[in-house]
Ligand binder design. Structure first.
Ligand code: FPP
Length: 236
């Protein structure tokens, strides 16, 4: 693994601006998503080259279900194509694939593909690629709270035993270190219900470019910005 100084162990990305990228070019929105899938490929490769261990991509939010059916369908087809085409590379590049979110809401074909690839790549070590799909952080937190409440009600857990570590172990990201760096494209300064618990101490880098224009150099620049910042975790 490459050994660059102070490389973020975990990068999380809000991939924003596909629609505006397409609109600027007079293209349908799905063309923006298609070009965005190319950025996903390039950013994944760059993470491996830099030695980043975890990359979490916000690929479809719980709110995205409110988009027109045709756009949802195009996104799911794009995801299926990406997963099918990427299957060989996951093996070649030693990438472990994980998915978080309300996966039972996804089309069966997509869910099955994700299950198969996650199982097949479970032992891979170079990079863990986490796709957040049908994901919402509030929903994730509520679900963890519900599981803890059920354990407490059944007498398996005392309420006073619940601390940050126990709580985090019930999130879908259990076992994954918190993101060190959160990148959002298209210049928007929002976290949009993404990993609300996990980004507590993340450095946030906002990039003006739309996601389909975000490529290798842009990720390297965001990492450089991260390295320039003094990380104090609330201490002096
Ligand atoms: C935000 O742009 C992007 C999305 C809702 C979807 C992200 C999906 C991809 C990058 C492609 C497929 C993903 C993978 C993992 C292959 P937007 O549509 O909200 O843009 P806008 O704000 O300009 O309308």
């Amino acid at each position: 693994m490459p050994d660059f100084p102070d490389i973020p162990r975990h990068i999380a990305v809000i991939m924003d601006g596909n629609g505006r990228w397409a609109k600027e070019r007079g293209l349908p929105r799905r063309e923006g998503h298609r070009a965005g899938a190319e950025s996903v490929r390039e950013v994944t490769d760059t993470c491996i080259d830099l030695g980043v261990e975890y990359l979490t991509l916000y690929a479809f939010s719980s709110e995205n279900w409110n988009r027109p059916q045709a756009e949802i369908k195009a996104l799911m087809e794009l995801l299926d194509r990406f997963l099918s085409e990427k299957a060989k590379d996951l093996k070649k590049q030693d990438i472990r694939l994980l998915a978080i979110g309300q996966l039972d809401r996804l089309p069966e074909k997509t869910r099955k593909l994700l299950e198969r690839l996650s199982a097949e790549t479970a032992h891979h070590k170079a990079l863990t690629l986490v796709l957040a799909l049908s994901y919402g952080a509030r929903e994730e937190i509520v679900s963890a709270a519900r599981a803890l409440a059920a354990d407490a009600a059944a007498g398996r857990l005392k309420p006073e035993e619940i601390d940050c570590t126990v709580f985090a172990s019930r999130l879908q990201t259990a076992g994954i270190p918190d993101p060190d760096l959160l990148v959002r494209t298209s210049g928007e300064m929002r976290v949009s219900n993404f990993l609300l618990w996990q980004i507590s101490y993340a450095e946030i880098v906002i990039v003006k470019k739309f996601w389909p224009d975000f490529r290798r150099n842009d990720l390297t620049e965001a990492v450089n910005e991260y390295q320039r910042r003094h990380r104090r975790f609330g201490a002096l």
